[in-house]
Design a protein around this ligand. Structure first.
Ligand code: SF4
Length: 338
């Protein structure tokens, strides 16, 4: 899969979402789609009796106007940013891709994609929060791609570049754009911003093919990272989640060799490393519903409401993988989720 492009046959539009620039842009990209006017996006998105995976095979687009809240605290990401002022927002719900390990399958009742078109309200909420930070001496960080892969949508709705333009004018604000997309070319005309971290999730090619459905292959992601770094963007690499499949040590160490052969480590901001883990309610919901992936039948423990490989197994794996990465990259810039 190079750049997966959906062909939305139906676009649901909330009555209140008409008249926004993003609505017009999205509708213009799919002139043949059947447009259905709706009262509220939840009337469609939260309908009972939907099948997430059947819907993923023929996704529909829902354009809606979000109401508050526009910003959520992200306590679980604080470790990555060295600031207590870490937040995420949800400009899009759901994703064009369909990774086996994605928590969205357990979180949302629908596989359809919701795009919130009132981006200014999201940006205004950030401006308000900037004046009341927990620690005003540290930057505010907002992940804008938490419940989606926003850059994967860039050819359809150029939200990433619009967010970059917004954040570039701000003081003390950083946005993280986490992606598996190879669509860096779509934002390449945007001036690199010191207020943006582009974070690529990379996986061995066998995992990309088997467990990250519809995503670009490893080489395409590496090309995108390389180009972004060469053009002066701050790039983070996420080896997260590592899947402890049979032969994981060989698979991942060969993969690290490949990655660090290709990328100029001196230009990388940092690296995150973590094993597969998921909120237990989402995990149980997915496991009960389908048996698409063996991932949900491996042996795990539950720690603080999270399903995760047992402590001994995961510490052993993470230690070995961290040691391998440290052959190429400074250990103090490897952030490990133990
Ligand atoms: S790219 Fe991220 S958000 Fe999209 S399906 Fe995969 S894990 Fe989920």
């Amino acid at each position: 899969m190079i750049n997966f492009q959906p062909n939305f046959s139906h676009i649901y539009v909330e009555r209140d979402a008409f008249g926004f620039e993003l609505t017009d842009l999205a509708l213009s990209k799919f002139p043949r789609a059947t447009v259905i006017k709706i009262g509220h996006y939840k009337d469609v998105f939260n309908r009972p009796g939907q099948d997430f995976q059947i819907q993923k095979s023929s996704m529909k687009l829902i354009l809606a106007k979000k109401t508050e809240p526009f910003l959520y605290p992200a306590s679980d990401m604080v470790q990555e940013f060295d600031t207590p002022n870490v937040y995420y927002n949800t400009p899009i719900l759901n994703c064009l891709y369909n990774c086996d390990y994605c928590f969205l399958q357990g979180m949302y009742p629908s596989g359809n994609i919701v795009v919130f078109v009132n981006e200014k309200d999201f940006m205004d909420a950030i401006n308000i929060k900037l004046n009341e930070l927990d620690d005003p001496l540290k930057p505010m960080v907002v992940s804008i791609s938490y419940n989606t892969d926003i850059m994967a949508m860039e050819n359809i709705i150029p939200m990433t570049s619009r967010w970059i333009e917004f954040v570039d004018t701000q003081e003390n604000l950083i946005i993280e754009v986490r992606t598996k997309s190879a669509l860096f070319s779509s934002i390449n005309n945007t001036k690199p911003s010191k207020n943006v971290i582009l974070s690529w999730t990379l996986s061995p090619d066998s995992i990309c093919k088997k467990n990250e459905f519809n995503t670009p292959p490893l080489q395409r992601r590496l090309d995108a990272c390389k180009e972004a770094m060469a053009n002066g963007w701050q790039v983070r690499i996420c080896f997260d989640p590592v899947l402890l499949v049979e032969g994981w040590y060989d698979i991942y160490t060969r993969f690290f060799d490949e990655v660090f052969n290709k990328l100029d480590c001196d230009k990388l901001l940092d690296i995150t490393l973590g094993v597969f883990r998921m909120n237990k309610d989402y995990f149980n919901r997915i496991r009960k519903r389908e048996n698409r992936s063996r991932l949900f039948y491996e042996s795990y423990v539950i720690e603080k409401g999270t399903v995760i490989p047992g402590k001994k197994v995961r510490y052993n794996a993470l230690d070995q993988l961290e040691d391998k990465i440290a052959q190429f990259f400074p250990r103090d810039k490897i952030l490990v989720w133990r």
